[in-house]
Design a protein around this ligand. Structure first.
Ligand code: ADP
Ligand code: ASP
Ligand code: MG
Length: 404
């Protein structure tokens, strides 16, 4: 009675031919598993294309309507896959997120799954159907469609696997697993056989787009083992699982990079209590996520504060910061979107000193200037100039011998 939840990403269902290949793959899986749920993303760049089209209408668009629009991408691919499965003699039905019972909060464009009622899916299993679910979407308590943030189909899949207590959860994508760095950037990147939830969560949050961070959180909380593997080949992928402590921990597991960064600096901020509070409360009220923060040493009762935010939120943040500069009596501000974040991740860092020194040495040897630094127990991140990302990731990959 084994149950499989699998997910195919946008490039895996980008054309009808690819959907045919996926259908053949699902047919094979259906021989191994009694019950199969297939979560799909929108075809290729459909989500981006829909967004561009909507942006032609204007800037201040209703988030509700955008979610209504973007959710159609996944509905197309789900129906096309169900039709293709039917055409090769496999009983299949496609369901939207809400038909599949995925309930969410009301934070349009980045909604969180709040509950799953999997009864409909179970009923479809009883009818002998493969259930194809449109990823990336849910429904809020007011009955409106929501979307779960970019890359959200990963979360749909892992959440369904948890809810259905699936025996396996497989994420099929256009690379054959999780690598020591983005394989599109570093050719010698090595496929990781097993990676802990903790490390994968850091990698994903720090820019390794192969899994949406929230899907890894779900897997960690509900103890779902996830296999990331290729849609185009049969080779084994990467297992994301509990850190069982059995394997010798690597000091550094991987390097992540994130270009979705912008930096804002405020000059001559009066050095008195409450200033940081005013600044970051104001940004939070506008739902702008602040990542790294540095405050320079005080000189003449003032100091400079710099911080990073997501690049796509820069236009929203600038007027907020401009107002604040006047309000707190700072002398001015500057900003730039030509920065990126590179991060070194590894659970073994906790017990091995010297990793930070090695990171800074590798970057210095490659003549890369570090603009900001932030660390946690298992990662070191640096903000650098965006044009140097490839060199930096390569230099760090070499420094920690990650190709071995
Ligand atoms: P999908 O459409 O299947 O969800 P994504 O584009 O979201 O695929 O994620 C897969 C991409 O993630 C790969 O093509 C790869 O370029 C990128 N990626 C970034 N970092 C890593 C990494 N460490 N390991 C594997 N892939 C990575
Ligand atoms: N189609 C959505 C996106 O492009 C969701 C996903 O692919 O997971 O972000
Ligand atoms: Mg993805």
């Amino acid at each position: 009675m084994a149950l499989l939840v699998c997910k195919f990403g946008g490039s895996s269902v980008a054309t009808l031919d690819r959907i045919k290949n996926i259908a053949a793959r699902v047919q094979k899986l259906k021989h191994e598993y009694q019950d199969v749920v297939v979560v799909v993303s929108a075809m290729g760049d459909t989500t981006d294309d829909l967004l561009v089209m909507a942006q032609e209408i204007g800037n201040d668009l209703s988030c509700r309507e955008l979610d209504m629009l973007l959710s159609t991408g996944e509905q197309q691919s789900a129906a096309l896959l169900a039709l293709t499965l039917n055409s090769i003699g496999i009983k299949a039905i496609s369901l939207t997120g809400w038909q599949a019972g995925i309930k969410s909060d009301s934070a349009h464009s980045k909604a969180k799954i709040s509950a799953i009622d999997n009864q409909r899916i179970r009923d479809e299993f009883k009818q002998g159907n493969v259930v194809v679910v449109a990823g990336f979407q849910g429904i809020n308590c007011g009955g409106d469609i929501t979307t779960l943030g970019r890359g959200g189909s990963d979360t749909t899949a892992v959440a369904l696997a948890a809810s259905l207590k699936a025996d396996r959860c497989m994420i099929f994508t256009d690379v054959s697993g999780v690598y020591s760095a983005d394989p599109r950037l570093v050719h010698e990147a090595r496929k990781i056989e097993r990676i802990s939830y903790e490390e994968m969560l850091e990698m994903a949050s720090l820019g390794a787009a192969v899994m949406q961070p929230r899907s890894v959180e779900f897997a960690m909380v509900y103890g779902v083992d996830v296999e990331v593997r290729s849609s185009f080949s049969e080779e084994p992928g990467t297992i994301i699982t509990e850190d069982d402590g059995m394997e010798q921990q690597k000091v550094v597991q991987g390097i992540a990079h994130d270009r979705n960064c912008a930096k804002i600096a405020i000059f001559d901020v009066p050095d008195r209590p409450g200033i940081a509070k005013a600044l970051f409360t104001s940004l939070a009220e506008h739902k702008i996520n602040v990542d790294m923060v540095i405050q320079a040493a005080m000189r003449d009762e003032v100091n400079d504060i710099a911080f990073t935010i997501e690049r796509n939120e820069l236009n929203m943040a600038l007027p907020v910061v401009e107002d604040l500069v006047k309000e707190i009596g700072a002398s001015g501000m500057s900003y730039g979107d030509n920065v990126a974040k590179i991060s070194v991740v590894g659970a073994g860092m906790k017990s091995n000193p010297g990793v930070a020194a090695a990171v800074f040495t590798a970057l210095a040897d490659a003549s890369i200037n570090i603009q900001m630094i932030s660390t946690s127990e298992i990662k070191i991140s640096c903000i650098i100039e965006e044009s140097q990302v490839t060199e930096a990731v390569q230099a760090l990959h070499n420094k920690f011998d990650l190709d071995k």
